[in-house]
Write a protein that binds this ligand. Structure first.
Ligand code: ZN
Length: 266
């Protein structure tokens, strides 16, 4: 009997809460505007399909297991599927932008309402308290992109005596941060290889001949020439890979033997 009364009181209370909430919504322009705003941004939570990937790596030595570089492991996998991950990163960034806009509009609305009702607030204390409570309660939550990337590394000793494993999980936020950094690095390496290609393209036959003439068609290291049966190369003194330019002053005549012996060590 007591339980029945308690349940009855509880349901009356819940109905009462619902009713008060409904009444507040009905009388609050602010809350009605909020609902409109929320419906405008409803698609922000639209991406429901989870994106999950699992990657495994078996290390061959304990040492490589201990010194595993997670970043390399993670980015290798991302770089294999760049178009897919670029698309996901794009969605995440759009979602963030959209939510940022939503928050601006949300705060703006509250600000306008506060200014309008500045004088009424003291009289209608209960109403404005409820309105404020509901305004906070009905704010759209920050969207989370349903993404999970699992990276598992393991090592098993030769006779299977010991086995070790460790893992790392990336959710949307970490993936996004990581992706931005990785993208930056990829871009940088692309501009770097482009720069090298440009430098190499500057090595025309005209430049080549000018260098050979300046060096009297002789190797600058050993002094041999074509008459001694060697092939002459025009070589970068400071290598292109180390920012060397294709300019006469940075070029020298070397025979094939001396050139190969030189490599990039200098
Ligand atoms: Zn030589």
């Amino acid at each position: 009997m007591i339980i029945f009364i308690l349940l009855l009181l509880l349901s009356i209370f819940l109905i009462g809460v619902k009713y008060v909430q409904k009444l507040t919504f009905k009388n609050s322009l602010l809350l009605q505007e909020l609902l409109k705003l929320n419906s405008q941004y409803a698609t922000i939570h639209g991406w429901k399909k989870p994106f999950v990937r699992k990657y495994m790596r078996q290390l061959s030595t304990k040492n490589s297991y201990d010194n595993l570089n997670w970043n390399t492991f993670i980015n290798e996998k991302i770089n294999i599927e760049i178009p897919t991950f670029s698309l996901l990163a794009y969605h995440i960034s759009e979602q963030r932008k959209m939510y940022f806009q939503y928050e601006m509009a949300y705060e703006n609305l509250r600000h306008i309402a506060n200014n309008l009702n500045f004088h009424k607030k003291k009289q209608d204390f209960v109403f404005y308290f409820l309105e404020n409570y509901l305004y906070n309660k009905f704010k759209l939550p920050h969207p989370t992109f349903p993404m999970r990337l699992e990276y598992l590394a393991s090592y098993t000793s030769p006779k299977g005596r010991n086995s070790y494993s460790k893992y790392k999980i990336l959710y949307a936020e970490e993936f996004y941060q990581n992706f931005l950094i990785n993208e930056e690095a990829v871009k940088k390496s692309q501009t770097e290889s482009y720069r090298r290609q440009l430098e190499r393209n500057k090595m025309t036959s005209k430049v080549r001949v000018a260098v050979l003439q300046r060096d009297n068609y002789k190797c600058r290291y050993c002094g041999r020439s074509a008459r001694d049966g060697v092939t002459l190369h025009v070589d970068h003194i400071q290598p292109v890979s180390k920012n060397g330019k294709t300019e006469i002053c940075n070029l020298q005549t070397l025979c094939a033997d001396c050139n190969l012996g030189k490599s990039n060590i200098l």
